[in-house]
Design a binder for this molecule. Structure first.
Ligand code: PMV
Length: 335
């Protein structure tokens, strides 16, 4: 049996919208920072039929819905097809059985599916290692079949997900912009609401192209934002990072809101937290930035010297759950 571990990441330039929904090939580049908690672990072995069990951090079994099971089935089918395209059609002779143990609340904007499919890709690569040597790019492609953003979890630190002009199975790649120890930023995560979102990101990605703002967002990433974010990371320039990350996050949420049908992941609580953090950073000159993925959850990224103050702010948020994470290591094999 093989065990792998992975963590969520937080997108700095958001992946939103696909050029190919079935293969989760992104319409534009993105960048994320890997986190070091909460974690998910997967134990995997070969099996005659697909068997999946899932447990939360307290050890309580989560019964998977038919839709969730179907997502895993499709992931395995695409993985087998990809392995066949590499000449390894017999690497998974029948199926696999795996157990997920996740400390990440699902569907609230904390990248749970990123971590799960990043972990599953690493576990599969580990399971096959005696017959097939798959490199990190190939592992990233296997992750992407389950969740586009899972492509990025092969590296720790700061990772770019590169979109390509092709619909081939392997038409995406990832690049590590900088390793985990390059810039140890903190991510103080404020979860105002644990209600699982009504529209999952898989369905929502498919609506992105209906927004009149989508094309200009893709252009802005291609022409400017991806490079500005990369430079800010390489130069450890927090002010530049804040400007581009907040611009891109708000732009993604505007694309969501102007899609047909409209999707709004942000709640009144999210907006209140944003107003308060803007006031706090102006008043106290704090190096802190905000960003939100597909959920009301607010990620406050800050430099280590601001972490105590930002953490204290988070602790005053009534009825919210707080997670504290830092720049993380990406998916790893545990055994
Ligand atoms: O990988 P998915 O399908 O869960 O999409 C992730 C979408 C965002 O979290 C909103 C942005 C991102 O780049 O992670």
């Amino acid at each position: 049996m093989i065990t792998a571990r992975a963590y969520p990441d937080i997108a700095l330039i958001k992946y939103w919208g696909n050029r190919n929904n079935a293969l989760r090939l992104p319409a534009a580049h993105s960048i994320a920072m890997a986190l070091d908690r909460p974690s998910v672990e997967i134990d995997i072995e070969h099996a005659s039929v697909l068997m999946i069990r899932s447990f939360d951090e307290k050890g309580t079994e989560r019964i998977l819905t038919e839709k969730q099971l179907e997502r895993f089935r499709i992931h395995l089918e695409l993985t087998k097809k990809y392995l066949a395209s590499l000449g390894y059609e017999h690497a998974i002779p029948a199926s696999v059985s795996f157990t997920i143990r996740s400390g990440i609340p699902p569907s609230i904007g904390l990248a749970s599916s990123t971590a799960v499919f990043g972990c599953l890709a690493k576990a599969l690569v580990g399971l096959l290692r005696d017959t097939v040597a798959l490199d990190l790019q190939q592992q990233s492609i296997i992750g992407r079949f389950g969740s586009g953003s899972a492509a990025r979890t092969v590296y720790g630190g700061f990772v770019a997900f590169i979109a390509e002009d092709s619909d081939a199975l392997d038409a995406s790649s990832v690049v590590q912009i900088a390793p985990q120890d390059h810039w140890p930023l903190h991510d103080i995560v404020i979860v105002p609401d644990h209600t699982e979102k009504k529209v999952g990101s898989t369905e929502a990605h498919a609506l992105a192209g209906t927004s009149p703002l989508f094309a200009s967002r893709v252009e802005a990433i291609r022409n400017r934002r991806q490079q500005e974010c990369t430079d800010a990371i390489l130069n450890r320039d927090f002010e530049k990072l804040s400007a581009v990350v907040e611009e891109d996050a708000l732009d993604m949420h505007r694309v969501m809101q102007t899609s047909t049908p409209s999707i709004n992941y942000l709640s009144p609580e999210t907006h209140r937290i944003l107003r308060e953090i803007e006031e706090l950073r102006t008043r106290e000159h704090l190096p802190v930035l905000y960003t939100m993925d597909a959920g009301p959850t607010v990620h406050l990224l800050c430099t280590p010297d601001a972490a105590v103050r930002v953490g204290a702010f988070a602790d005053t948020q009534k009825g919210c759950t707080i997670f504290r994470a830092k720049t993380g290591p990406g998916a790893t094999l545990v055994s």
